[in-house]
Design a binder for this molecule. Structure first.
Ligand SMILES: NC(=O)c1ccc[n+]([C@@H]2O[C@H](COP(=O)([O-])OP(=O)(O)OC[C@H]3O[C@@H](n4cnc5c(N)ncnc54)[C@H](O)[C@@H]3O)[C@@H](O)[C@H]2O)c1
Length: 433
């Protein structure tokens, strides 16, 4: 049984990006702790896990099993390229009605984004001026470390978690020469190798070096590199990512197991979305969309595996599209067309039309990832947190060792429950309940 340090004192939640997701998350937490709203969709606030078996079994909330930070202890901070405070940014995002923002206006206004570590080459569609002036990537790291230290002291935080809810950067393929070891990455930062070192890597480096877990909510490859695994190991800090699993991919990772469990065949799965928020604008740029596409495409292939069932899953076509369509704002609409086949190969089709709200689905995931990463740190867990795969589209895994990520929603749920059970000193098990 792991010894968990109790969640005492203030927890600083420093969010990179103060846009739609971040402000929806912050507003919801602030409203919930005043009793003015409910944190619906949050596993840490609602889910119950069975402990024990037979006559001894009971179902407990997460905070009855392990020590979790309370919503009352959270203090928010943020960085953004634009200097709008969280109140203005929440209004501009148009996710929440004014009546759901106004009661916590003063608290949101107090969240003024610190200058961003930003490089326009990584996000050409953004044009803010609240940006750090840094000569090298290493300078970015130093400036961000300073921000974290100052925030922690000013807000008397016991602990800090850094959450990336900023825009998707352009795709940075893993290059082992630079990303393969911490030494090589640090050298590249000092030499200002802007091609291989994304600004997001500077945030992650700064967080880990300051003893804060780092969560990657976008599909960026930031912490998906051996250099960061090494740093996380050195600093004994948890990391997780990548890409919040909110709408279409949540459906995919929950629906694909139906096809697989029932031994039906798959010819193709075509997913498309329309989306009109700033995230959609950034993803309208092909270099940024590539990062998202790689992340979204990885889901099916580890659930319906051609090598394991060649008659059923060999050579199916899997395509994902996102179209920027301003009239819809944050209210994304996703369509899935699934071409399956059954007995003697006869084809059938399934259509799924999900009219969702992007940030409404992402906000509870932010809360859960923050609270559970903080828990992991207090429990002495460090490096890639596989038990958090449940919340992520493209779960981190050690690809250098040929590890395959778990994308199957219900296997991920078992991993999540078992980690909580084990951290709470209970036995893990595989029962479905
Ligand atoms: N909402 C969802 O369902 C969902 C799901 C998965 C992933 N995501 C990811 O979450 C992220 C946030 O989404 P959103 O809808 O809030 O987008 P948004 O455009 O409303 O907010 C992102 C903010 O990040 C800021 N930013 C960009 N680069 C930055 C940097 N280097 N430092 C500091 N700030 C920076 C931008 O100025 C912007 O205000 C995106 O990457 C998106 O792909 C969202």
């Amino acid at each position: 049984m792991s010894v968990i340090k109790p969640a005492e004192g203030k927890l600083g939640v420093m969010v990179v990006g103060c846009g739609a997701v971040a402000t929806t998350f912050m507003t919801g937490v602030l409203m919930a702790r005043r009793g003015l709203s409910k944190p619906i969709g949050s596993m840490t606030q609602y889910d119950k896990i069975r402990i024990g078996k037979g006559h001894d079994k009971k179902y407990l909330r997460y905070n009855e099993i392990v020590s979790l930070a309370s919503l009352d202890d959270i203090v928010f901070g943020a960085w953004d390229v634009y200097d709008d405070n969280a109140y203005i940014s929440a209004l501009k995002a148009q996710v929440l009605a004014v009546k759901d923002i106004e009661p916590v206006r003063a608290e949101l206004e107090a969240i003024k984004p610190m200058a961003a570590a930003f490089d326009k080459d990584y996000c050409s569609r953004l044009d803010g001026n609240n940006v750090k002036d840094c000569a090298t990537r290493w300078d970015m790291v130093e400036a961000l470390r300073n921000d974290i230290r100052k925030f922690k002291t000013a807000n008397e935080c016991e602990r800090v978690v850094v959450l990336w809810a900023a825009s998707t950067e352009i795709y940075v393929p893993v290059d082992m020469q630079v990303h393969g070891s911490l030494e090589a990455l640090e050298k590249a930062m000092h030499e200002n190798d802007t091609l291989h070192v994304a600004p997001s890597m500077c945030y992650a480096y700064a967080a880990l070096a300051e003893g804060a877990p780092f969560i990657m909510g976008a599909p960026n490859t930031t912490v998906d590199i051996p250099a960061m695994w090494q740093l996380a190991e050195q600093s004994r800090m948890p990391i997780c990512g990548k890409d919040f699993k909110t709408g279409q991919t949540l459906v995919k990772s929950g629906f694909a197991p139906i096809i697989g469990t029932r031994c039906l065949g798959l010819n193709g799965w075509f997913s498309t979305n329309i989306l009109g928020n700033r995230d959609g604008l950034v993803l309208d740029c092909p270099e940024n969309f590539r990062t998202k596409e790689v992340s979204k495409l990885s889901t099916l292939e580890s659930i319906l595996v051609g090598d394991e069932q060649p008659d059923l899953y060999k050579d199916y076509t899997h395509k994902v599209r996102i179209e920027y369509y301003p009239p819809r704002g944050d209210n994304k609409e996703g369509w899935d067309n699934i071409d399956i086949f059954g007995w003697m190969g006869y084809p059938m089709q399934i259509k799924i039309n999900f009219l969702c709200r992007d940030s409404i689905l992402a906000a509870p995931i932010c809360l859960d990832l923050v609270l559970l990463s903080d828990l992991a740190a207090r429990a002495g867990r460090y490096g890639i947190q596989r038990f958090l795969s449940f919340f992520l589209k493209s779960p981190m895994h050690d690809y250098t060792q040929g590890e395959v990520p778990v994308n199957h929603l219900f296997k991920q749920y078992t991993m999540l429950k078992n980690a909580i059970r084990e951290m709470g000193g209970y036995e893990a098990d595989e029962a479905i309940d």
